[in-house]
Ligand binder design. Structure first.
Ligand code: UD1
Ligand code: UDP
Length: 368
């Protein structure tokens, strides 16, 4: 079977890297195509995992519209499918890359496997455009690697044939354990050294990230107001690697600049971010991947969204859905910062680190 793996953004790269490594370990040939919907944020992940793409579509442009992005993916993927015959394309999650690559493969009658399948909010505007992206990919996919039983149930409700759904856990945990093992064995870099210099780790570390399109404008302004208020506590250091999306950067860098205990950083490379996460007491984020990773380090996550497809973490008491209301964020942050060991005894509901092996086992067994 001739396999193409395709992804384009930072989180997809982190979550697909373990599959690339597992395929290579089993000496199963595959080709890798990156759309490069992200550029710097993607490349640092490829470097860390030592992965070299066969095709790089290089489509990122500052602040380009979703339609422009989508049309470039369709057109450039077609060029690849003209050059080489593939039997199966693996895509990930809910980005524009995943749904448009899936569509381009479908147009060529190539089988599609969807990694991180079955996540749903059933609100097509939240997260936007991700909810519809993952539903589109779900309709197209021939095989669905669901990270949790809940994700499988969503797919069953949508009449997906049960034999086509494989519950694997989330490959983000595989990636996290790879990074954690390297850090535990002494991996270091200048960014980690820089964090050690800049930040007072004797204080409580509050780590912030955010990038959701539905929060552009008012949502991010409210978040900044909350961060300014939390920073008034003299027992905290706030660390905020700011996403490169211009709609995020402009608000955050203007509103939060110049406060002594707020450290605004460029996005961190993956191992540095994992290191920082492991040193944190609280995370405030709208990120999907971070909701899945943080329970491994027993760090609570305040989720600055109105709705989440990652309900497992909320149910386990690992993450807390508060929306983007300023006082709700402040109150929950105070509450969690004043509680010692708030995640004592919880088990990460998103996987145990063997998802990529289960996916590769399946790919070895399937006849397409
Ligand atoms: C994208 C995904 C989102 C995913 C997120 C992870 C879509 C529509 N959005 O959102 O699902 O959760 O990535 O981070 O698929 N930029 C850079 N350098 C980079 C990356 C981004 O400069 O390495 C800037 C560019 O101006 C780019 C803009 O950010 O045009 C937006 O990038 P885009 O991929 O469209 O959306 P994200 O907000 O990053
Ligand atoms: N991450 C990173 N550097 C950062 C912030 C996040 O490497 O500065 C990693 C994080 O560990 C997680 C992933 O990026 O694995 C999450 O990406 P993002 O929040 O951009 O996207 P989402 O998961 O919401 O799609």
């Amino acid at each position: 079977m001739k396999i193409l793996i395709c992804f384009g953004t930072r989180p997809e790269a982190i979550k697909m890297a373990p599959i690339c490594l597992a395929l290579a370990k089993e000496k199963i040939a595959f080709k890798l195509c990156v759309t490069a919907q992200h550029r710097e944020m993607l490349d640092q992940v490829l470097t860390f995992f030592g992965i070299i793409p066969d095709y790089d579509l290089d489509i990122m442009q500052p602040n380009q519209s979703l339609n422009k992005l989508s049309s470039k993916i369709l057109l450039k993927m077609d060029g690849i499918f003209e050059k080489e015959n593939f039997d199966m394309v693996l895509v990930h999650g809910d980005t524009t890359t995943s749904s448009l690559v899936a569509l381009s493969a479908f147009h060529r009658k190539i089988k599609v496997s969807h990694v991180e399948a079955g996540l749903r909010t059933y609100n097509k505007l939240s997260p936007f455009p991700e909810e519809l992206n993952r539903q589109i990919t779900g309709r197209i996919a021939d095989f669905h690697f669901a990270p949790t039983v809940k994700a499988k149930q969503n797919l069953l409700k949508e009449q997906v044939n049960e034999t086509k759904i494989i519950v694997t856990g989330n490959t983000v945990i595989d990636a996290l354990l790879i990074a954690k093992d390297k850090l535990d064995s002494g991996f270091n870099n200048v960014f980690i050294d820089d964090l050690k210099q800049k930040i007072d780790f004797k204080k409580k570390i509050v780590l912030i990230t955010g990038h959701r399109r539905e929060s552009f404008g008012e949502g991010f302004e409210n978040l900044c107001d909350a961060v300014l208020e939390i920073a008034k506590r003299d027992d905290v250091e706030i660390v905020y690697p700011v996403h490169l999306n211009p709609n995020v950067k402009s608000v955050v860098n203007t509103r939060l600049f110049g406060v002594k205990n707020i450290h605004l950083l460029e996005p961190l490379n993956y191992p540095s971010f994992v290191w920082l996460m492991s040193k944190s007491n609280l995370i405030i984020s709208d990120s999907g991947g971070i909701q899945e990773e943080a329970p491994t380090f027993k760090i609570p996550v305040i989720v600055t969204r109105d709705i989440t497809e990652r309900a497992e973490g909320i149910k386990e008491g690992c993450s807390f859905l508060v929306g983007t209301n300023t006082s709700s964020i402040i109150n929950k942050a105070d509450d969690l910062l004043n509680t010692s060991d708030p995640l004592k005894g919880v088990i990460n509901p998103y996987g145990k680190g063997d998802a990529s092996k289960l996916i590769v086992d399946f790919l070895q067994s399937v006849d397409v």
